[in-house]
Every structure is written in structure tokens, then in C-alpha cells.
Design a protein around this ligand. Structure first.
Ligand SMILES: Cc1cc2nc3c(=O)[nH]c(=O)nc-3n(C[C@H](O)[C@H](O)[C@H](O)COP(=O)(O)OP(=O)(O)OC[C@H]3O[C@@H](n4cnc5c(N)ncnc54)[C@H](O)[C@@H]3O)c2cc1C
Length: 407
């Protein structure tokens, strides 16, 4: 087919990259982009960093100007939600009732926030952070002296805490797990970040469940299972995300497995339908099992693979995953996935606020967390892809150049 009609569902990071790669590489078919938000694709990382702080405006958050889509000949259907896929007729139904025909379909539906379900979860002044509209709703509450309770000490919760402290709020972080960022880092990293936040004046309570949000109409306090009560003027919840678009895919009979299941070429169980970004799980050749990643890199990488596939130039997706988090003046860079590690080697002294944690499994380097040490992150990422087996004793010695250890 010379000019297949392509529809992309979900106007986010992955969709923007897909369009850019397709048009740059000569895809000539008509493209329609359906997005339920009112905005053209934008980047989310600044929403818990510079944009939340007010340091940058919307123009720096939106990925491409409207003229890009005009010039690329892409029809934007924003403020529209895709509600059903008819695979036999190759039709996509929108919430407006409209039906759009396609030859190829790409699902790029991202993630949705996990919501509280405890008593009081629906009071006002409780916010989540996923989109521009969330930031706009939160901003008026970020005033010096206000009491903020952050529920969840993952990346987003801690980034919000750092921004809010910078703006002069009284911040308490509440976490059910025994330590901050437990899902993603080693205890040494958690202790370091916890100490940094406490030093900045953030109160942190780990190992305690939220039992209820108290208040009449608006949230006034968080009641914890251990009996404590944390008074708050505003509550921001960051307790994880779930892949979006799974119900849409499942209803169409597409295989799902912790997200929309795709292969290394981003094909779903129906090869005419691809899926990319947060909404997918894909086979990681590096780690030998399926993974679902929540990162800009994955959205961009899978989008490039999908574009290549749509153009008949298959290039299987198999990158070393990477991610970052900015908290205060700290840049945390993460390469690889540390699940299943049996040894952590620290390189550098956390007291200097520039150090790295290397994760090994059976002697093989599987992940690196680097704080303010970009070279450790860069070299570590490369070595993970090469399945390096560094000597742990040498790795721990910052006087031996890392390139000598990892090469
Ligand atoms: C606050 C915040 C901070 C982050 N910080 C970082 C970071 O520092 N580093 C990093 O690597 N990653 C970070 N991320 C994650 C990163 O932004 C995501 O991994 C990335 O946006 C995923 O891109 P995507 O295109 O798959 O999904 P998204 O960018 O989420 O886009 C999906 C779009 O699809 C729309 N949609 C869903 N269902 C439908 C439907 N049925 N019909 C129409 N439209 C639909 C959604 O509304 C959304 O607009 C952060 C995310 C957030 C929220």
C-alpha cells in the first residue's frame, strides 16, 4: 500500500516522535492524531520540575508548534477520546460518535495515575500530577507557608516536595513503604535522598498507610494507620501509574500483559496495530523478560522503531532503559533496571553529593544510579548494554578511572 491511512491514538511524547520520524523518513500516507487532552503533544517531565516551579512557560513544555503538524500534513483531533476499535472494518470510534477509517493504527495512550480509594479520597484540594491541567489546578495552592502533604515518595512525590520547599511551603511526605523510592533504588540511595529532603526541611513518614483523608468538603488532614494525623491545606498524590488504553485494546481483542503487549517491532497481536510508549509492555532482550517502562526514552525509542516498521525497515527495539529525576540541585540519572540485583557497589562518597550506585546480578552489571556524576551514568549505561562484569572492589575505588574498570 503506497499511502496507508494512519491513525495515532494518544497525543503525547511517543506520538510526537512517531510523526517526526515518519515524515522525516518519507512516510506519505495521511496521518490523523487523536488526543483526549486539549493540548498538542507535550513533555511531562517539567510538570514536576521547572514548569511546576514556574521557571518555564507552556511554550517550553509543548513539544512542537502547531505549524509542525500543519507542515507535516497531520490532522489533529484534540479533545477527542478514542472509545472503540473495530478491527474487522478498520474503524476507530471516537467519543463524539465519529468513525475514522484506518489502514494502520498506533496506540500511544500513555498512563493514568493510580488514585486513592480511602475514605475522603474525593474531597477537594486533593490533586494528582499527570498533565498540564493538573499543574494549573495545583499552582494556586503552592503559596509560601501553606501546608502540603505529599502522598507517595516515588520520583514524582519527591520532585514535588523539592519544588514546594523551594517555594516556601511546609511539606510532609507520607509513604507506605519502609523507605523512599523503594521500588526503584537501593537502601543506600533511599537513605541519601531521605537525608537530603530532611535537611531541606521536609518531614518524611515512611512505613505508614494512609487510612483516610479528613475534612468537610475540602481536605484538612491525612489520617495515618498508626494513628497520626497530618494537617494539610493541600494534598498531592503520587502513588504510581497504570497503563492507559488497555481496556480499549482488550475490548478489541488485542493481547495485553501488564500493558498492551507488543513485540520488539512494536506490533500488537494484530500486526496492523502497533503500540508505543508507557501503555505497552515489550520483550527486553537485555533482561530476558517483558518490561513496561514509564520513561521519555522508551516513548521516543519505541516511536522510532514503529516509524521504521511502518516504512518497511525493521529495527528491533532493545535499548538500555534510562531515566532521570531532578530534586533540589541534584541530578539523579538512572540506567538499566535493578530488579533482581544481589550486590550494590557505591562509588564515591554520598556526603559529597556526587556518587553512584552500581547494581550487579551474578556479577553482571544490570543498573546504575548516578547522583551528579554524568560520566558514571554514561559509562555505566554503555557497560550494561555490553553485559559487563566489573570487579566490585575496583568499582568501589574512585581513584581507578571507571573506563578502565568497565572496558
Ligand atoms: C509529572 C511527571 C514527571 C515525569 N518525569 C519524567 C522524567 O524525569 N524522566 C522521564 O524519562 N520520564 C518522566 N515522566 C514520564 C514520561 O513523561 C512518560 O513516560 C512519557 O510521557 C510517556 O509518553 P507516552 O507518549 O507513552 O504517553 P503520554 O505522554 O502520557 O501521552 C499519552 C496521551 O494519550 C492520551 N490518551 C489516553 N487514552 C486516550 C484515548 N482513548 N483517546 C485519546 N487520547 C488518549 C492521554 O491523555 C495522553 O495525552 C514523567 C511523567 C510525569 C507525569
Amino acid at each position: 500500500m503506497k499511502r496507508p491511512r494512519l491513525i495515532i491514538v494518544g497525543a503525547g511524547q511517543a506520538a510526537a516522535q512517531l510523526i517526526a520520524s515518519l515524515r522525516a523518513d518519507g512516510f506519505e500516507g495521511p496521518v490523523t492524531l487523536v488526543g483526549e487532552e486539549a493540548y498538542p503533544p507535550y513533555q511531562r517531565p517539567p510538570l514536576s520540575k521547572a514548569f511546576l516551579k514556574g521557571e518555564i512557560g507552556l511554550d517550553r513544555v509543548i513539544l512542537k508548534a502547531d505549524s509542525f503538524y500543519e507542515e507535516a500534513g497531520v490532522e489533529l483531533r484534540l479533545g477527542r477520546r478514542a472509545v472503540a476499535i473495530d478491527r474487522d472494518r478498520r474503524m476507530l470510534r471516537l467519543d463524539s460518535g465519529e468513525r475514522l477509517g484506518f489502514d494502520r493504527l498506533v496506540l500511544a495512550t500513555g498512563s493514568r495515575v493510580r488514585r486513592l480509594s480511602c475514605p475522603g479520597h474525593d474531597l477537594s484540594n486533593i490533586f494528582y500530577l499527570r498533565g498540564i491541567d493538573d499543574v494549573e489546578a495545583i499552582r494556586p495552592h503552592l503559596v509560601a507557608g501553606a501546608r502540603l502533604a505529599v502522598i507517595g515518595a516515588g520520583y514524582i512525590g519527591l520532585e514535588v516536595a523539592a519544588v514546594a520547599r523551594g517555594l516556601g511551603l511546609e511539606v510532609t511526605v507520607l509513604e507506605a513503604a519502609p523507605r523512599v523510592m523503594m521500588r526503584v533504588t537501593a537502601p543506600q540511595m533511599s537513605s541519601f535522598f531521605e537525608a537530603v529532603h530532611r535537611e531541606a526541611g521536609v518531614r518524611i513518614a515512611c512505613g505508614t498507610m494512609v487510612e483516610a483523608i479528613e475534612g468537610a468538603g475540602r481536605a484538612e488532614a491525612v489520617r495515618l494507620a498508626d494513628g497520626r494525623r497530618v494537617e494539610a491545606d493541600v494534598i498531592i498524590v503520587g502513588i504510581g501509574i497504570v497503563p492507559a488504553g488497555v481496556a480499549l485494546a482488550e475490548a478489541a481483542g488485542l493481547a495485553c500483559d501488564n500493558g498492551i503487549a507488543v513485540d520488539a517491532l512494536t506490533r500488537t497481536s494484530d500486526p496492523r496495530i502497533l503500540a508505543i510508549g508507557d501503555c505497552t509492555s515489550h520483550p527486553s532482550l537485555l533482561y530476558g523478560h517483558r518490561v513496561r517502562l514509564e520513561s521519555v526514552q522508551n516513548a521516543i525509542g519505541q516511536a522510532k522503531t514503529a516509524a521504521a516498521h511502518l516504512l518497511g525497515r525493521d529495527q528491533p527495539y532493545d535499548e538500555v532503559p534510562w531515566f532521570w529525576s531532578d530534586q533540589y540541585a541534584l541530578k539523579l540519572q538512572i540506567a538499566g533496571l535493578n530488579a533482581g540485583y544481589d550486590r550494590v557497589v557505591l562509588r564515591g562518597d554520598p556526603a559529597t553529593r556526587a556518587f553512584a550506585a552500581f547494581y550487579l546480578s551474578g556479577g553482571v552489571l544490570i543498573a546504575v544510579d548516578a547522583v551528579n556524576r554524568p560520566p558514571d551514568y554514561m559509562l555505566g549505561r554503555k557497560a550494561i548494554g555490553e553485559r559487563a562484569r566489573p570487579d566490585p572492589e575496583r568499582l568501589a575505588d574512585p581513584d581507578i578511572p571507571l573506563k578502565d574498570i568497565l572496558s
